[in-house]
Design a protein around this ligand. Structure first.
Ligand SMILES: Nc1ccn([C@@H]2O[C@H](COP(=O)(O)OP(=O)(O)OP(=O)(O)O)[C@@H](O)[C@H]2O)c(=O)n1
Ligand SMILES: C[C@](O)(CO)[C@H](O)COP(=O)(O)O
Length: 211
């Protein structure tokens, strides 16, 4: 992102990206019972300052993350109440525009199937790199994966007892050797704030195409 602070703390429509994200899951219609926020050790104080500055009263438990996404999710999972049952959603702190519909549909699909992730159909053509250069893939058979990624809690706990692999980029890739992953229709507005133009698009969505 090349910003002067971690991207989850950057302002979006006048509030930190992360506050928008937390608020999405605080929607009372979702009945989320526990919210674990995972942050790097060196960002805890900054988050506390933002909570004071923006009077953030959304209930959440802060947990120190790890050097990789896998380590962070593992730490967050360990902070869930020991005998929790049901479904847990893992979500990117920098996906602030996730609709309640997508969250609810992904939770419900995980209740029904054990593991479910939001995904969208690619709108561009896709090519695979090869020794000779590249070749076209059939984009009708591809999906772009988003979050939330929802799992029966015991299943995710078992998956995170296995060793971390360098190929893991999300929780679906951690779980899929144990259980099939059900895909749920995501939303093109559910973007991940990764590069500077993503913030501009997110501002435009909030002001002209609200979720
Ligand atoms: N070690 C990490 C890396 C990522 N994440 C989570 O995964 C989300 C998406 O990851 P990514 O966008 O890659 O975050 P960073 O790696 O922090 O940012 P960058 O893209 O600039 O590398 C983050 O918002 C954060 O919620 C995490 O908890 N722990
Ligand atoms: C989890 C994710 O958002 C699914 O597309 C993506 O893998 C996160 O990637 P990042 O490199 O951690 O941003």
């Amino acid at each position: 992102m090349g910003a002067d602070r971690p991207k989850q703390f950057l302002p979006l429509a006048g509030e930190p990206v992360l506050l928008h994200t937390l608020r999405r899951f605080a929607d009372p219609t979702l009945k989320v019972q526990q919210c674990i926020l995972v942050l790097p050790q060196d960002q805890l104080e900054a988050w506390q300052q933002l909570c004071a500055e923006y009077a953030i009263a959304l209930p959440h438990t802060v947990v120190v993350g790890g050097a990789t996404r896998w380590a962070s999710v593992r730490n967050g999972l360990a902070a869930l109440a020991a005998h929790s049952t049901g479904v847990v959603a893992v979500h990117d702190g920098v996906r602030p525009l996730t609709s309640a519909n997508v969250i609810e549909a992904t939770y419900q699909a995980a209740y029904n199937h054990g593991a479910a992730v939001a995904a969208v159909v690619p709108k561009d053509s896709v090519r695979n790199l090869s020794q000779q250069g590249s070749y076209a893939l059939n984009r009708a058979r591809l999906r772009l994966v988003q979050t939330p990624q929802c799992f029966e809690i015991g299943l995710l706990r078992r998956a995170y007892q296995l060793p971390e692999l360098s190929t893991f980029t999300d929780d679906a890739s951690v779980v899929e050797d144990l259980h099939p992953i059900h895909l749920v229709e995501g939303d093109y507005r559910n973007l991940k704030i990764t590069t500077p133009e993503d913030l501009l698009v997110a501002e435009a969505i909030l002001t002209t195409f609200p979720i």
